[in-house]
Design a protein around this ligand. Structure first.
Ligand SMILES: [Fe+2]
Ligand SMILES: [Fe+2]
Length: 179
């Protein structure tokens, strides 16, 4: 994927945001729908290993970067009144969702780590599928609602593509894949 968005309207690229993140949460959902054998199928073991590393190397860092680099700048630059109120409400919602998703991951991580070591487990399939679905909704909301607003708020600051840059950054990170 190109990271040079200088010739394109950032809003046109929002659909490209979260590409790797969405792919990984779709795969998490597939893992939750899988029947685990004993011994664990090698492809399931490799997928579990990849998902655990992706969560720590990309997802957690992405949350921190959004909160520390993007959300605070958007709030600082929003015009008092309706725009600031909307931005604050969205940032509050997204930050709350980050904490909630991190809690949900903690509940399923031990089992996924066991799978990554090849140990058969009885997965809490419902919890895995639910977390994946909620993450995908979170990513969609950011792309459809928050990133366009942040681009609008930052348009005169020279940082209009900050949200986009931050979301593109991880698309180029290659977490080794085995499947
Ligand atoms: Fe987020
Ligand atoms: Fe994001």
């Amino acid at each position: 994927m190109t990271t040079d968005s200088s010739n394109t309207n950032p809003t046109e690229d929002f659909s490209q945001c979260h590409v790797e993140i969405i792919k990984n949460f779709q795969q998490l959902k597939q893992l939750g729908e899988s029947d685990i054998s004993d011994p664990v199928q090698p492809d399931i073991q490799a997928l579990a290993d990849k998902l655990v590393r992706f969560y720590h190397d990309v997802v957690l860092i992405h949350h921190q970067e959004e909160e520390q680099e993007l959300f605070s700048v958007v709030i600082d630059c929003a015009s008092p009144g309706d725009e600031l109120d909307r931005a604050k409400a969205m940032v509050q919602r997204l930050t709350k969702e980050h904490r909630s998703l991190e809690k949900q991951w903690k509940k399923i991580e031990a089992d996924i780590k066991k799978l990554a070591k090849g140990k058969s487990v009885s997965l809490d399939k419902a919890a895995i599928i639910k977390m994946a679905d909620i993450y995908l909704l979170h990513a969609n909301y950011e792309e459809d609602e928050f990133l366009p607003l942040s681009s609008e708020i930052l348009k005169d600051t020279g940082m209009s593509s900050l949200g986009l840059t931050l979301h593109m950054r991880h698309d180029s990170i290659k977490v080794p894949t085995y499947i």
